[in-house]
Design a protein around this ligand. Structure first.
Ligand code: C2O
Ligand code: CU
Length: 483
């Protein structure tokens, strides 16, 4: 009793003493940003093959001791995969970890059996070899484990990487695209480290969203700086955190151009001074620098419309250091890509999803249950509602969707492109329109879920199958969860 009261008092003290506008942690920006290497691949015949190895190691995350971490082809995070639209790719994913895992290609349109979700387990010592043809526009996707009940843990330990898709339309635009020079991947994550330097996964106070960390790492580098040598730099921002929403803004409030969202380029650039990305979301921005200046990219507190969304501290993320002489960069083109609007008149089905209390529509994830059956090629409208004010967003596998409206209002310009993950403000239904592809299966489901990883693990996830008209799903093979 006394202990509980003490703990409660401490909780109250910590929750209220820390004013929301304080900057969390002191950041010195004394380490050069690590740029994940581009993954090596080989082309046999028409297939580009990547060898990926899930492995354990240690990393210097700025604590007094090295931190045990996991990575892909390295000790923390993984290489950037890169392939062209139209290319066939093959992955050989070796699991050298002591635990079963999976590798999911977030944002990818591909057959469900290749998706790397909770049904494609890779046992320790085994190799999983999915293959598919890249069939979607230039975009910044990513990959991470997706085992039911274990995603939060495996991502937090460091398994994640970017997957860049190129296409000829994007290649013709006058945009920065020199990887690691004026086109930088930024995987932004938050960690808590204990006194021994170990990753601490204790959950936050906030609605059990999971870890809200106070050490910010970018591409695994704590306190990073990046040297800038060109007038404009393209940043591929990925919120790779377990639970924390980030609102990216420069400390001096400068504008930047948002050029792309989860599924590819926008029609026209959107000038913004703050961009909110929840876990799993990506944003490609182009920002301009003056010679010799230093400017910090940080996360600002912002209105999440969501009572229980924690983690809205002011956080310093990375410092950009512009050289005294900058190579000239072109202005961002006025026209980027065509984003044909999906037409609600074409929708053959409407479904609704209510997220609350670790469930979707009152049901916890069940590996053996197929929640929704979708016809190949169908256009559908999905209405998604955050019904409990928790820290929720919504991610759908296989497709990129468009936001039709949010609580009846037109989406803001930065939400009018292709998306696969969208933030949910409390009690503001978001209507999504999507067209399903033709990768059908009666055995293998795709997932839809909240991308706050603890919620996903706890069951805020469901399964859909894409089938030919008239087909019905059979039983799902290998429907075991993660112990
Ligand atoms: Cu990024 Cu279903 O996952
Ligand atoms: Cu959630």
């Amino acid at each position: 009793g006394v202990l509980a009261i003490g703990a409660f008092a401490a909780w109250i003290a910590i929750a209220f003493v820390r004013a929301p506008l304080d900057t969390v942690g002191d950041v010195d920006f004394d380490r050069a940003l690590t740029i994940p290497p581009l993954a090596e691949s080989r082309v046999d015949g028409d297939v580009r093959t990547f060898d990926l190895r899930l492995q354990s190691g240690t990393s210097d995350l700025g604590a007094d001791h090295l931190t045990p971490t996991w990575g892909v082809n390295g000790e923390l995070l993984g290489p950037t995969l890169r392939a062209e639209r139209g290319e066939a790719v093959a992955m050989r994913v070796h699991n050298d970890l002591p635990e079963t895992s999976t590798l999911h290609w977030h944002g990818m349109h591909l057959p469900a059996e290749m998706d790397g979700g909770p049904h494609q387990l890779i046992e320790p010592g085994n190799v999983w070899s999915p293959t598919w043809t890249i069939d979607q526009p230039a975009s910044t996707l990513w990959y991470h484990p997706h085992l039911h009940g274990g995603t939060a843990d495996h991502v937090y330990r460091g398994l994640a990487g970017m997957f860049i898709i190129d296409d000829p339309l994007e290649a013709e635009l006058d945009l920065p695209r020199d990887y690691g020079v004026d086109d930088l991947p930024l995987i932004v994550q938050d960690k808590n480290l204990d006194d021994d330097g170990e990753l601490d996964m204790s959950e936050s106070f906030f609605a059990s969203a999971g870890v809200i960390g106070e050490t910010i790492v970018v591409n695994g580098t704590p306190g990073p700086y990046a040297d800038v040598t060109t007038e404009a730099v393209r940043l591929r921002l990925l919120n790779g955190a377990n639970a924390r929403p980030f609102t990216f803004a420069f400390a001096d409030g400068r504008d930047f151009d948002l050029i792309g969202t989860d599924g590819g380029l926008l029609e026209t650039p959107v000038a913004m001074d703050a961009l909110q990305l929840s876990p799993g979301e990506r944003g490609e921005i182009v920002v301009r620098f003056e010679p010799g200046e230093r400017v910090v990219l940080r996360s600002d507190p912002s209105d999440t419309g969501n009572v229980f969304a924690g983690g809205q501290d002011r956080l310093d993320i990375i410092e950009f250091r512009a050289a005294e002489q900058l190579d000239p960069s072109p202005r961002v083109p006025d026209q980027l890509a065509e984003v044909p609007r999906l037409d609600p008149e074409d929708a053959s089905e409407e479904r609704s999803f209510r997220l609350s209390d670790s469930t979707i529509n009152g049901l916890e994830m069940d590996m053996e249950r197929v929640d929704e059956v979708v016809e190949a090629g169908a256009t559908e409208i999905w209405t998604v509602t955050n019904a409990d004010g928790g820290s929720h967003n919504f991610h759908v596998h296989d497709v990129q969707f468009q936001v039709l409206d949010i609580d009846g209002r037109e989406p803001p310009p930065h939400l009018r492109g292709w998306k696969d993950t969208v933030w949910l403000r409390q009690s503001e239904p978001v209507r999504l329109i999507m067209r399903f592809g033709h990768h059908t299966s009666t055995e293998w489901p795709y997932m839809f879920h909240c991308h706050t990883l603890r919620h996903e693990d706890e069951g805020m996830m469901g399964q859909f199958m894409v089938v030919e008209p008239g087909q019905s799903p059979g039983p799902i093979p290998h429907a075991e969860g993660h112990e």
